[in-house]
Design a protein around this ligand. Structure first.
Ligand code: HAM
Length: 431
C-alpha cells in the first residue's frame, strides 16, 4: 500500500464530523457563513472577492516591511519566469484596497465592503492559530467622521449578540493619532526605551529600532513595569485627533456599548492611524483576539489611489467559531426532512421519482443508494438525522402506494396512495 499523504501542518480540513483536535464541522461553518451573509446585508455592505495571490510588494507597502506578518510569516514564491515575487495573502485589507484602486470603485461614492476567505501566515500552529485561517472582514472606504467608527463597532456587537457570545468578548479601544503625533511620540518612546535597553528582551531590542510601538505590545511579564511607565501616545494627540476619539467614545456610550481604553493597544500592522480596537476573550488561551481593526486613512494613497479616509476590521473565523461552539447559540441543522428507502423489483425507479416530487415540493430529501436490507437502510435513515422515512418496497410498487414513518415523533407508520405523499408529509410536518 502506498504511504498516506497528510495535510500541511497548520492547515485544517473541514469535515462533516468533528475531529479530535479540531472541533469545527463544515456544517457549523456553513451556518455561520449564512448568518454573515444576512448580517452584512442588514447593514448595507456589499461583497468583494479578490484573488488569494497578490504581488508581494502590495503587502510590503501596506502592512509594512518591519511587521512580523511581512518580515517572517508570508508564503512568498516566484512565478514561472522567476521574475515576479508573489505571496499568498496574509490578510484582506491590502487586497481589497488594491482592487478598489485598480477599478476606481470609490470614484462616484464611498464604499462599504465585506469579504470572507482564507488567509495565510506561517506562524507556529496551536489552538486558535493556524497557517491557513479564515477571516470575515469589513472595509468602509471614504468616511472621515467618527460615526462610521461607531457603526462598525455596533455591527460587531450585533453579530456577537446574534451568535450568543456577547458575554464572552471585551472591546478594547485606543487612538494612534495622526502621522506627526505618532512621530513625536515615537521619538519620546525611543529615548525612554533606550534608557532601559539593557533590561529589554531580544525581541524588544530589535523592535526598539524598527517598530518601537510594538515593544508596548510585549507580553513578557518582566517588561510590564517598563511598558506601563512609557510615554503614552494619547498624551501626544492634538485637538483634532482627540475630538475624533472623544466623539467616537461618546457614540459608543450612547449606543450602550461597553469598552475598555487600552493605551497600549497598537495592532500588528503598520497602516493604522486614529481609532484602533480589538475584541478579546479569556476563553481561548493565548489566542485571545477574535476580531481587530481600525482606521487607515493614508493607505489608499499609499497604494496609488486618491486620499480616502477609511476604517475596517477582520475577525478570525476559527477563533470566533471555537468560542461560538462552546458558549454561543448557533445551530447547524442541515439534516434532510425525508430519507427515502427502497427495496425490491422496480422500487429504485419509483423511489427516485418520489424523491424528486418531494424536492419539487420544497423538501430536502436524501435517498438511500445501493441495495441492502430495509433494516440497514433504517439505520442510515436514523444516522442522516431525517425527520421522516419514506419506504418503497415491492408491495408499494405493486399497489402504487408509499409508506411513511415518523422517525423522531409519535406518529408511527402509515401507508397512503402515492399521489397523497406530499400532502401527508405536509400534514405531519405542520401538526
Ligand atoms: P489582524 O489583527 O492581523 O488584522 O487579524 C484579524 C484577526 O484574524 C485576528 O484578530 C485573529 O482573530 C485572526 N487571525 C490572525 N492570524 C491568525 C492565525 N494565524 N490563525 C487564526 N486566526 C488568525 C487584519 O488582518 C486586518 N486586515 C484587519 C483589518 C481590516 N483592519 C482594517 N480592516
Amino acid at each position: 500500500m502506498s504511504q498516506k499523504i497528510q495535510s500541511v501542518k497548520g492547515m485544517n480540513d473541514l469535515l462533516p464530523v468533528e475531529q479530535k483536535d479540531f472541533k469545527l464541522t463544515a456544517d457549523f461553518w456553513q451556518a455561520f457563513e449564512n448568518q454573515v451573509q444576512k448580517w452584512t446585508q442588514r447593514f448595507g455592505y456589499k461583497q468583494i472577492r479578490t484573488p488569494i495571490v497578490e504581488h508581494t510588494n502590495l503587502f510590503v507597502r501596506s502592512i509594512g516591511e518591519e511587521t512580523d506578518v511581512v518580515g517572517k510569516e508570508m508564503y512568498t514564491f516566484n512565478d514561472n519566469a522567476g521574475e515576479t515575487s508573489l505571496s499568498l495573502r496574509p490578510e484582506g485589507t491590502a487586497s481589497c484596497l488594491r482592487a478598489v484602486v485598480e477599478h476606481d470603485l470609490t470614484y462616484a461614492a464611498p464604499q462599504k465592503l465585506w469579504y470572507m476567505g482564507a488567509m495565510f501566515r506561517a506562524e507556529r500552529p496551536q489552538k486558535g492559530r493556524y497557517r491557513q485561517f479564515h477571516q470575515v472582514g469589513i472595509e468602509a472606504l471614504g468616511f472621515a467622521d467618527p460615526d462610521i467608527d461607531a457603526e462598525i463597532i455596533a455591527m460587531c456587537a450585533d453579530l456577537w449578540r446574534e451568535l450568543g457570545i456577547s458575554g464572552q468578548l471585551t472591546l478594547e479601544i485606543n487612538s494612534l493619532g495622526n502621522r506627526e503625533e505618532r512621530a513625536a511620540h515615537r521619538a519620546a518612546l525611543v529615548a525612554y526605551l533606550s534608557q532601559h535597553e539593557a533590561e529589554l528582551d531580544d525581541d524588544s531590542k530589535r523592535r526598539l529600532h524598527t517598530n518601537p510601538l510594538r515593544v508596548l505590545d510585549s507580553k513578557n511579564p518582566a517588561l510590564q513595569d517598563i511598558c506601563n511607565a512609557a510615554p503614552r501616545l494619547l498624551d501626544y494627540l492634538g485637538e483634532a485627533s482627540l475630538q475624533h476619539y472623544n466623539t467616537f467614545k461618546s457614540l459608543l456610550d450612547g449606543l450602550q456599548i461597553k469598552y475598555i481604553e487600552n493605551p497600549r493597544l497598537v495592532r500588528g500592522l503598520d497602516y493604522y492611524n486614529h481609532t484602533v480596537f480589538e475584541w478579546t476573550t479569556d476563553k481561548l488561551g493565548a489566542q485571545a483576539t477574535v476580531c481587530g481593526g481600525g482606521r487607515y486613512d493614508g493607505l489608499m494613497e499609499e497604494l496609488g489611489g486618491r486620499a480616502t479616509p477609511s476604517i475596517g476590521f477582520a475577525m478570525g473565523i476559527e477563533r470566533l467559531l471555537l468560542l461560538v461552539r462552546d458558549y454561543g447559540s448557533l445551530k447547524a441543522d442541515f439534516a434532510p426532512d425525508v430519507f427515502v428507502m427502497q427495496q425490491g423489483e422496480g422500487a429504485t425507479l419509483a423511489a427516485m421519482k418520489h424523491a424528486q416530487t418531494l424536492r419539487g415540493a420544497g423538501l430536502n430529501v436524501a435517498q438511500f443508494s445501493g441495495s441492502t436490507k430495509l433494516k440497514n437502510q433504517f439505520k442510515r435513515a436514523d444516522q442522516s438525522g431525517a425527520t421522516f422515512a419514506v419506504i418503497i418496497a415491492e408491495n408499494e410498487v405493486a399497489q402504487n402506494t408509499v409508506t411513511i414513518k415518523d422517525l423522531r415523533g409519535e406518529r408511527g407508520q402509515t401507508t397512503v396512495a402515492a399521489d397523497e405523499l406530499v400532502q401527508q408529509l405536509n400534514e405531519w410536518s405542520t401538526q
